[in-house]
Design a protein around this ligand. Structure first.
Ligand SMILES: C[S@@+](CC[C@H](N)C(=O)[O-])C[C@H]1O[C@@H](n2cnc3c(N)ncnc32)[C@H](O)[C@@H]1O
Length: 257
C-alpha cells in the first residue's frame, strides 16, 4: 500500500496529535532554547494538561502564563493543577485558538502541524509587537525563514522574514547547502526523540519513515546531495515494501509539500 494509505489507516488522534503531550524535560529544553525569562508573557496554544504553563511560571519565572485549549476536559484538569500549586499569575482558557486574545504575548509555544491552522494563525502572530517569539516544532511558520534552529525546535521572531521558496526554507532549517541521507536521518531521529516517549519503542520505524520523507522532499526540491539515490534510501524503501507492505518510491519526482 502507498504510504498515504498507511497514514490514513492510523487512528485520527494519532494523525492530529490531539493526545500527544510534550514531556516535561522537552518543555524545559524548549524554554531554554527560546530564552524564556522573567520579562516574558507566555502563551501555550493547544496546552493540553497545562504542564507548559506550570513550568514556565515555576521554573522560568515568567510574568504571566496562559494556556489555551479547546478541550474542556484538559482545561479543567489544567486549572486544578494550577490551583493546587497556588500559581496566581497563571490561567487557562477553554477557547479556540483562532478566536483567542493573545495580544500581550511575548513568547508563544505553538505546536501545530496542520497547514490550515498555521496559515490562519500567521496574521494573528504578525500583529504582535516586534521581537515576540513564536516557538514551532519541526518546521518554521509557513513560508517564513527561521530566526533560530536547534532542530526540531524553531524560533520565529516578529516581524517574520519571508522565504523565497520552500527550497530556501528547508536549507535554512537544515543549515546546510544540500541534504544527504545522514543529515535526513539525524534530523528525523532528533524529532522522534523530542516528541516520543522516553523508551525507544517503535522510534526506529518512525525515524525510517521521517528520514525517507525528508530526503525525498529534498530530492524533489533539487537540494539533495548528488544525483544518485543513496544505497540506504534504496535499502529502507525495500525494507518498508517487503516487511511492512508500505511503498514510498512513487513519491520521488513528485511536487514537494
Ligand atoms: C499540542 S496541540 C497539537 C499537537 C500536534 N501533534 C500537531 O503537531 O499538530 C494538541 C492540543 O491542541 C488542542 N487543540 C487542537 N485544536 C485546537 C484549537 N483550534 N483551539 C484550541 N486548542 C486546540 C487539542 O485539544 C490538544 O490538547
Amino acid at each position: 500500500m502507498k504510504i498515504e494509505e498507511y497514514l490514513r489507516s492510523l487512528p485520527h488522534s494519532i494523525m492530529t496529535g490531539e493526545d500527544v503531550e510534550l514531556r516535561n524535560d522537552v518543555l524545559r529544553e524548549i524554554f531554554r532554547f527560546a530564552s524564556l525569562n522573567t520579562n516574558d508573557i507566555f502563551y501555550h496554544l493547544g496546552c493540553g494538561n497545562g504542564s507548559g504553563v506550570v513550568i514556565a511560571l515555576q521554573e522560568f519565572g515568567v510574568k504571566k502564563a496562559t494556556g489555551i485549549d479547546n478541550s474542556p476536559k484538559k482545561i479543567s484538569c489544567a486549572k486544578r493543577t494550577l490551583e493546587e500549586k497556588n500559581l496566581y499569575n497563571g490561567s487557562f482558557r477553554c477557547e479556540d485558538i483562532f478566536h483567542s486574545d493573545i495580544n500581550d504575548a511575548s513568547v508563544i509555544l505553538f505546536w501545530f502541524a496542520d497547514e490550515h491552522i498555521i496559515e490562519k494563525m500567521i496574521p494573528k502572530f504578525s500583529q504582535l509587537k516586534n521581537g515576540s517569539r513564536i516557538i514551532t516544532i519541526w518546521g518554521p511558520l509557513t513560508s517564513c525563514l527561521p530566526d533560530k534552529v536547534v532542530f526540531p525546535y524553531i524560533l520565529n521572531v516578529v516581524p517574520f522574514k519571508r522565504a523565497k521558496d520552500l527550497r530556501e526554507q528547508m536549507l535554512a532549517v537544515f543549515e546546510t547547502d544540500c541534504i544527504d541521507f545522514v543529515v535526513a536521518w539525524e534530523f528525523a531521529e532528533r524529532y522522534s526523540k523530542a516528541i516520543g516517549p522516553k523508551e525507544v519503542g517503535n522510534d526506529r520505524f518512525l525515524t525510517i519513515l521521517q528520514s525517507l520523507s525528508i530526503w525525498i522532499n529534498a530530492k524533489n526540491l533539487g537540494i539533495a546531495c548528488g544525483d544518485e539515490i543513496p544505497q540506504p534510501v534504496k535499502n529502507y524503501m525495500g525494507i518498508l515494501r517487503t516487511f511492512f507492505n508500505i511503498e514510498m518510491e512513487h513519491l520521488l519526482n513528485q511536487k514537494s509539500t
